[in-house]
Every structure is written in structure tokens, then in C-alpha cells.
Ligand binder design. Structure first.
Ligand code: SAH
Length: 233
């Protein structure tokens, strides 16, 4: 029996650090990534028929949490970060085996140079190693009346997001400015601040590395203000 997993592909995503990544797939549809299949798995036959599906399951390694010690309980952000549940009752990256599972929109299958899948609504760090791909099969995988434990529905709170003139200028200078603007809006309106900072406003400037820039923003009177797309790192 084979007991080791092979990396079959690598994720190329805008997320260069963990902070700010949506906590589940689908929360920010504008978060688009490509999955590049690696040799010897980069064969068009291996994905033949996949384009008939709108969504896929991606199994991956939490490669940036692998060295952490596992704990039997975790504090999910969903519970404000101050209540514990069992690790197996959570989707936390800190688990005995660092395996993640995300269902994502399949926006395209490209076989012109190797094999690349275009994915929408991703919650994955750039460089994430992927160990398997499976089609999402609605009649098996969708259970509309299932119970959702401590996370019964997507968080509803959406903060208004406005861009300072400086941020606007920086977006206009980019060829991908429109797409990046929608991505930033999608990411910040769901408020990526850690739960314990939820009510802290004003002074504090947050930063996250996105694409080739450092995004800086703060929260004032219940609104997100995008300050700048600071130069690369
Ligand atoms: N949908 C998956 C992942 C949920 S946890 C599952 O249920 O298994 C999602 C969080 O994992 C993201 O917010 C990000 O902070 C973190 N993450 C994403 N890619 C990662 C990686 N390659 N290594 C470590 N952490 C990662």
C-alpha cells in the first residue's frame, strides 16, 4: 500500500500571507487562482471530462502550518476566538494531518501549456501544494437540509469599503486595476480582522500582502478605508 502523498499541483493565488485570506472558499468569488498540474500529472487525459463540472473539490496541504504542534481543541474565529471546539469539529488548519479540503468554482480547464485549472472563490495561500482534485457532484455532495453546527450560515456582516484618492490612483496605474479593486472590496467587506479586534477602530492600520503589493487599510465608524497599495516587498 502506498502511504505517502504526491503533490500533483501547485496553487498560484494572490494571497502571499495567511492573514486576510477568506476563512472558507466561496466567501469571496473574486479571489481567483490557478492550479498548475505538475509532471507526471500534467496530462490533458487526466482532466478529460472535468470541464463538464462547475465546481471541484481540492484537497491540499496546509504547508505553512505543518510544523505546528496539534491540539485536541481549537478556537475557531467563528466563535469569536474565545471558545474551544474539538479539532475534528472544526475546519482549522492546525490538525494532526495538515490536509485541507475546499470546494471551488471551476472557471476553466486549460491544456495549451501543460494543464491549468482556473479556480474561483479560493481560500488558499500562493504556493499551496495540492494532493487531489475531484469533481463536485451535486446529487451526492449537496445536502440542502444539513445542520451546520456552530457555523450554520455564511457570516452576513458586510462593511462598506471606500478607497482613498491615493489608493484609487494606484489602482488606475495597474492593467489589472479593476479586478484588483473588486478583489480588495470582496476581501475587506467581510472583515478579515481577528475576532478579538472586531470592535477596535481608528488608529490601527492593517496590512496584508496581496499580489505584488502590501495592502493597507483601517476601519473607521464601521467602514473600511483602503489607504494604499504600498510598493512591493
Ligand atoms: N476550506 C479549507 C480551509 C479552511 S482554513 C478546509 O476546510 O479544510 C482556511 C485558512 O487556511 C485560510 O484562511 C488561510 O489562513 C489558511 N491557509 C490557506 N492556505 C494555507 C496553506 N497552504 N498553509 C497554511 N494555511 C493556509
Amino acid at each position: 500500500m502506498k502511504t505517502t502523498l504526491e503533490t500533483i499541483g501547485i496553487i498560484h493565488s494572490p494571497f502571499k500571507e495567511k492573514f486576510g485570506i477568506p476563512r472558507q472558499p466561496g466567501l469571496v468569488p473574486e479571489a481567483v487562482a490557478t492550479l498548475e498540474l505538475l509532471p507526471p500529472y500534467d496530462r490533458p487525459e487526466a482532466v478529460a471530462g472535468l470541464d463538464g463540472y462547475s465546481h471541484v473539490w481540492i484537497q491540499f496541504l496546509f504547508h505553512r502550518t505543518m510544523r505546528e504542534q496539534w491540539q485536541p481543541t481549537v478556537r475557531p474565529p467563528r466563535l469569536g476566538g474565545n471558545r474551544r471546539v474539538g479539532v475534528f469539529a472544526s475546519r482549522s488548519p492546525f490538525r494532526p494531518n495538515p490536509l485541507g479540503l475546499s470546494v471551488m468554482e471551476l472557471r476553466g480547464v486549460h491544456c495549451d501549456r501543460g494543464v491549468e485549472l482556473e479556480l474561483g472563490g479560493v481560500d488558499l495561500l500562493d504556493g499551496t501544494p495540492v494532493v487531489d482534485i475531484k469533481p463536485y457532484v451535486p446529487y451526492v455532495d449537496s445536502i440542502p437540509d444539513a445542520r451546520g453546527g456552530f457555523a450554520p450560515a455564511a457570516p452576513e456582516r458586510r462593511l462598506p469599503v471606500r478607497f482613498t484618492p491615493q489608493a484609487e490612483r494606484q489602482l488606475r496605474q495597474r492593467a489589472d486595476g479593476e479586478r484588483v479593486r473588486e478583489l480588495i472590496r470582496g476581501l475587506l467587506e467581510i472583515d478579515p480582522r481577528p475576532a478579538y479586534r472586531g470592535e477596535e477602530e481608528g488608529e490601527r492600520v492593517f496590512g496584508m500582502r496581496l499580489h505584488d503589493f502590501d495592502l493597507r487599510w483601517r476601519v473607521m465608524q464601521g467602514r473600511v478605508e483602503v489607504l494604499e497599495l504600498a510598493a512591493g516587498y
